[in-house]
Write a protein that binds this ligand. Structure first.
Ligand SMILES: C[S@@+](CC[C@H](N)C(=O)[O-])C[C@H]1O[C@@H](n2cnc3c(N)ncnc32)[C@H](O)[C@@H]1O
Length: 380
């Protein structure tokens, strides 16, 4: 997402993203069902006899695609109204690209990680470490509503939601409309837990399962209803904590919204960036640091964190695609962080996974760096 886009371009990106949810059914039929049928048809009769289960399994996959359609279509319709797009004319929305459809596919996996019971084990690894740091730094639950936390690259917002349940005033930031739309849908539309079924694993080329049944395994969402949970917390705390006001979400690039401003920036961007300077008591980066230019990310964290504020990080430090910055070893990165105004309080590393699936033949392990740092001084 580009915060400098003019309105027309921005509207096109919003409607094509919505369209990639609304028409996901067609994409899945074209990608998964049509090739299955045509490839089977050209087999010899003898080979077909070897795969007697194949056609029935194709029908099952098609049924699962229909259930995915129920979810993705409803999400597009609900979210469109929120974003000022006419929900009654989805056919007039902009055409999605293949990459946008692929992103919708990825969202089904991301939902599994962030909003299902299956993702609990993976989430706990980082969330427990993060919460332990916060609990020891801010033991007084009632006072936490005055502590501002920023979560850049918040994805589908599960960590943001957990921080709110712990009483913190939390801002999530992401630059991806797919993520923002889906997070917003889960937050505002799920009255009950386990009300949505999705089939994230239909594309075996992504998961490579050991058994065909795993391909058509549903995931039931969400494991917790944000609406219900916040109602319960409001009752429990007798209105002493304004849980519903503790959350805010920003759409746009972390550096563009929270970094230092350039002289060439338009006035509204300068004002926005000024209002974000030294604003937060805590910044939490979870599987985020390696998504972009780490030097710029660290400078931006310094800019938006108050002196004495805490930066907690969990995730790999190998830059995705190696396209943003220079090669940095773990040692180089530690030195850089110290030179950019931080003091390490705690540091460790853990073997972890992202989207791991015990039924898949693809193992997905990586080393994740955990640290907490205190901001010692401003850079500017
Ligand atoms: C690997 S995901 C992590 C999501 C979540 N924090 C988690 O732990 O599951 C990285 C997230 O960062 C977002 N992201 C990448 N570059 C960004 C940027 N420059 N500004 C804001 N968000 C960004 C992506 O859209 C994505 O949601």
């Amino acid at each position: 997402m580009n915060t400098h886009n003019d309105d027309g371009e921005e509207y096109k990106t919003i409607t094509s993203t919505l369209s990639s949810f609304y028409n996901f059914y067609n994409y899945q039929i074209n990608k998964l069902i049509k090739p299955r049928i045509s490839k089977f048809e050209i087999l010899s009769n003898q080979d077909k006899q070897l795969l007697l289960w194949y056609q029935k399994h194709t029908e099952y996959i098609q049924q699962c695609i229909m259930i995915n359609k129920d979810f993705t279509e409803k999400l597009a319709v609900e979210v469109s109204t929120e974003w000022g797009v006419d929900s009654k004319t989805p056919h007039s929305w902009s055409e999605p690209t293949i990459e946008q459809f692929e992103m919708t596919q990825l969202i089904l996996l991301q939902l599994t990680r962030e909003w299902s019971e299956e993702g609990l084990k993976e989430r706990k690894n980082s969330h427990n470490l993060i919460m332990n740091q916060l609990n020891s730094k801010f033991p007084n639950y009632i006072d936490r509503q005055n502590k501002k936390i920023l979560v850049p690259g918040c994805g589908l917002g599960r960590l943001v939601f957990e921080l709110i349940c712990q009483g913190f005033n939390t801002e999530g930031n992401d630059n991806n409309y797919h993520m923002l739309f889906t997070f917003s849908y889960i937050l505002k539309n799920c009255d009950l837990p386990f009300e949505i079924s999705i089939f994230p694993f239909l594309d075996n080329s992504l998961t490579n399962f050991s058994k065909r049944q795993f391909q058509i395994r549903p995931i039931i969402l969400p494991d917790i209803s944000p609406i219900q949970k916040l109602n319960e917390l409001n009752l429990e705390r007798k209105g002493k904590i304004p849980y519903n006001d503790l959350i805010s979400i920003t759409a746009g690039s972390f550096i563009d919204l929270y970094g230092t401003f350039n002289v060439t920036d338009p006035k509204e961007i300068k004002d926005l960036k000024s209002s974000n300077k030294n604003k937060f008591d805590v910044v939490v980066t979870e599987f985020f640091l390696n998504t972009g230019n780490m030097i710029e990310y660290i400078k931006t964290i310094n800019n938006t964190l108050a002196v004495g504020g805490i930066w907690i990080n969990y995730g790999p430090i190998t830059e995705e695609n190696n396209k943003y910055g220079i090669d940095l070893t773990k040692e180089d990165l530690s030195e850089l962080i110290t030179n950019l105004g931080f003091k390490f309080l705690e540091k460790n590393d853990f073997e972890d996974s992202y989207f791991n699936n015990d039924n898949s033949l693809i193992e997905n392990k990586q080393i994740c760096e955990f640290w907490s740092c205190e901001k010692i001084n401003d850079l500017t």
